[in-house]
Design a protein around this ligand. Structure first.
Ligand code: FAD
Length: 406
């Protein structure tokens, strides 16, 4: 791994048009998922008279606040299928979008600290292999070879008993991903409208026919909700409930360092995960703050716990400094899997519940959600994630693979 400056931006990224009075479809939320959805609606389904409405600035939600870990080593077939599809898209998207967003396949390690962890991890490696996902089980010595700064002594609070490793996993530069999608959307004719908050919906009986915004009413035949932490707020405006809880989730970075951390290391047990950004910052994240909230900030004790754990696993971090901390609002579900598909309101569709781990899914979420919006039917990859599963009981419990999710 080398540290380097991100590439220069193109001179022009996107227009800032005034909202029109009507569109064929409106996407609510200008994060990665909303932008990817608009891109695939335009590219794959020829729907170009569409708008992405964003209440703040583009990617100001979780999109540019996440720690950018991309992997596909989830346990169940349904999850492996959609996350692996996303990983394959990440591999071709820089060329397709003509934008270098520094996708770096430096591998992701998930540490095991207990016998229970070891059994669960080895089972997951087996399941991954059956699903064509690259996965390996590493013993502590192999862990040390891949990441020499990790403390693998067995006399620490959380001894490293091994790790799963996905070599094709890695990180990307999140804001560049958003700009890459936005630029292509703009080229295809999509209107990206910032500072445009959806405040309500127009309905004809049970059918959505428009959205009310702080910049006027917009008529439309189709609405796609891609609002992450605010999904349940929007659903309530539309007259239905989502089984979502919104929590703060925090992350932080250190000052710039020489390359010391060649891969991505996650520890579900310790609730910490670390990578080194392209410029050299150590990027770390923690578990969610346990209370519900809509503030893009969290509590200090969570960061403190995260630091204590990180220093234990990586003793050399003791001399690094925290430069910046921040928080996002993550939309968590009961089974740690997303909700994608139709809603009880006709012509209104939802893509949410990606919680602490939806960045990695961005391209596949957008591609499949676009299919659902354009055709009114599920895509085979998002079908298992329909809202109805909370009534039928066909849950896809990914707490093991998702735990710290990222
Ligand atoms: C600290 C942190 C670390 C994370 N780390 C990872 C990681 O390493 N890997 C990973 O895969 N995932 C990670 N995630 C999760 C990931 O960021 C999210 O799952 C994903 O970004 C959600 O999709 P999105 O990008 O579209 O969301 P967002 O970027 O949050 O987009 C939703 C948008 O909707 C807008 N909106 C809300 N209400 C309205 C309204 N009424 N009108 C108009 N617009 C509205 C919001 O302003 C927001 O911009 C992390 C999240 C956080 C917070």
């Amino acid at each position: 791994m080398t540290t380097h400056q991100p590439p220069e931006h193109p001179d022009f990224l996107w227009r800032n048009p005034e909202p029109k009075s009507s569109y064929d479809a409106v996407i609510v939320g200008g994060g990665g998922h909303g932008l990817a959805t608009a891109y695939f609606l335009a590219k794959n389904h020829g729907m170009t008279n569409i708008a992405v409405l964003e209440k703040g600035w583009l990617a100001g939600g979780n999109m540019a606040r996440n720690t950018t870990i991309i992997r596909s080593n989830y346990l169940w077939d349904e999850s492996a299928a959609i996350y692996e599809h996303a990983l394959k898209l990440w591999e071709i998207l820089p060329e397709e979008l003509e934008y270098d967003f520094l996708f770096s396949q430096r591998g992701v390690m998930n540490l095991a600290h207990t016998l229970g962890d070891v059994r669960e991890s080895i089972r997951r490696v087996g399941a991954n292999k059956l699903n064509g996902v690259d996965a390996e089980w590493l013993d502590p010595q192999q862990v040390k070879e891949l990441c020499p700064i990790l403390n693998i002594n067995d006399n620490i609070r959380y001894p490293v008993m091994g790790a799963t490793y996905q070599p094709r996993a890695g990180i990307a530069k999140h804001d560049h991903v958003a700009w890459a999608f936005a630029r292509k959307c703009d080229e295809l004719g999509v209107d990206i409208i910032q500072n445009c908050e959806v405040t309500g919906f127009l309905k004809d009986g049970n059918r959505v026919v428009g959205v009310k915004t702080n910049r006027g009413t917009i008529h439309t035949e189709k609405v796609g909700l891609a609002a992450a932490g605010h999904s349940s707020v929007l659903a309530e405006m539309a007259g239905f409930r989502l089984p979502i809880q919104s929590h703060p989730l925090q992350a932080l970075v250190s000052e710039l360092h020489e390359p010391v951390h060649p891969t991505v290391v996650m520890s579900n047990h310790v609730h910490v995960y670390v990578s080194q950004a392209h410029k050299g910052e150590l990027v770390m994240g923690a578990g969610v703050d346990s209370y519900n909230g809509y503030g893009q900030r969290g509590s200090f004790h969570v960061i403190e716990h995260q630091m204590a754990a990180a220093v234990e696993l990586f003793p050399i971090f003791a001399r690094a400094h925290v430069l910046r901390t921040w928080g996002g609002i993550v939309d968590t579900t009961l089974d740690a899997s997303p909700i994608v598909g139709t809603t009880p309101v006709e012509n209104m569709f939802v893509n949410c519940g990606w919680g602490t781990g939806g960045f990695k899914a961005t391209p596949a979420a957008g591609l499949t959600f676009a299919h659902t919006i354009a055709t009114g039917t599920p895509h085979k990859l998002n079908k298992p994630f329909a809202l109805e599963r909370f009534e039928t009981g066909a849950l896809i419990d990914e707490h093991g693979a998702a735990a710290v999710a990222h």
